[in-house]
Unconditional design. Structure first.
Length: 362
């Protein structure tokens, strides 16, 4: 007679053996159903010493399925590569932070500079072109330009001039002035028409841009100069416009002279849209008429004085040479140096003043 307890103990074992035999087959069937034709399948119940540890079912995997399985499989992370990426990201974040700090510093410096007024010496001088004192010229009673020009440089230096608008400056005269002073200018001696060149001290200012606009001077169209300069100590910028309208009081020259002033008004009002200060130098070939035609429509002030508040009230003494500026510029130390005429350096006075540009926004 058999022992019932023995059968009860063996039943689970037989059942387990059956499961172990069925699982690989089930897995293989599932793989075949999914489009995969089998491979080696590990027996999950291989802990039973009575059973084989691995069952092999013949199979092959299609190329497309292999690619899909590889694509979906987690990719290994190479520790060194991960470290390199981390270092690169840290370096990028550091660079961005440095850029942000540099930008904020530049903004603080710019704001500080904009809050500072700055001053410089500005002048206007008609040098009496060398063509006028040479053979056939109208001023042959004056010394030649080779004598007069170095004397004019001495006057310029005596006033501590930083910026000067010249009229009638011929290439030979410009070359001498620039060589003796170290100044640079626009448009300069190499230009087709350099008469209305603006010169400045390059240790103090640098050129941002230069341009011209045309007016009729006497019997032909000639360029008038605009320069945009940057003051190096403060990095603030301003414009200088240098003009020479027609001379003479006959109907034609008077008409073109007034037309030149009007064009100048339009130009400086356009420049003022930039928000930058504007200064104007020039031999305007008139006195009160220029003052009342140019200053009221621009709101400018003259270094020589006078007022446009409540009407046009020119100053008491006016040469035909002018320095005027936008309302954010004030003038002091205005000088009419008559020595240039008395010494026959030129037939015009040397006009000089200290220009002070107000803080931005004032």
């Amino acid at each position: 007679m058999s022992d019932p307890s023995k059968h009860r103990a063996e039943t689970p074992r037989a059942s387990g053996s059956l499961v172990r035999r069925l699982v690989p087959a089930i897995i293989a069937a599932v793989l075949v159903t999914g489009g995969v034709t089998a491979a080696a399948v590990v027996d999950p119940f291989a802990d039973d010493p009575a059973e084989p540890t691995r069952r092999t079912v013949g199979m092959s995997i299609s190329g497309a399925m292999t690619a899909q399985l590889l694509e979906e499989a987690p990719q290994p992370v190479v520790a060194g590569e991960k470290l390199r990426l981390t270092k690169a990201r840290k370096a990028e974040l550091k660079r961005l932070e440095e850029q942000r700090k540099a930008r904020l510093k530049a903004e603080r410096i710019a704001a500080k500079r904009a809050a500072q007024p700055f001053s410089f010496q500005i002048a206007s001088f008609n040098v009496l072109g060398s063509n006028h004192t040479g053979p056939g010229g109208a001023r042959r009673n004056f010394p030649a330009a080779g004598t007069r020009t170095p004397q004019g440089v001495g006057v310029l230096r005596s006033h501590g001039t930083d910026v000067v608008g010249l009229q009638e400056a011929k290439p030979d005269q410009l070359g001498t002035i620039m060589r003796m002073t170290g100044f640079v200018g626009y448009p300069g001696p190499g230009a087709a028409d350099p008469d209305n060149t603006v010169l400045w001290d390059p240790s103090r200012f640098e050129l941002v841009s230069g341009s011209t606009f045309p007016i009729v001077f006497m019997n032909r169209t000639r360029p008038q100069t605009i320069v945009r300069l940057r003051d190096k100590p403060t990095q603030r910028e301003f414009y200088v416009v240098n003009m020479h309208p027609s001379a003479g009081h006959d109907a034609r020259n008077t008409s073109t002279r007034v037309a030149g002033w009007r064009r100048g008004v339009a130009e400086v009002n356009a420049l003022r849209q930039s928000g930058l200060p504007v200064l104007v130098t020039g031999d305007m070939n008139d006195r009160a008429a220029f003052f009342c035609a140019f200053l009221p429509p621009t709101g400018f002030v003259a270094a020589v004085g006078g007022s446009t508040s409540g009407g046009c009230r020119p100053p008491g003494r006016m040469p035909v040479d002018w320095i005027v500026g936008s309302p954010d510029v004030s003038f002091s130390g205005y000088v009419i140096d008559e020595s240039t005429v008395n010494r026959r350096i030129s037939d015009h006075f040397y006009i000089s003043a200290t220009a002070t540009v107000a803080p931005a926004g004032d």
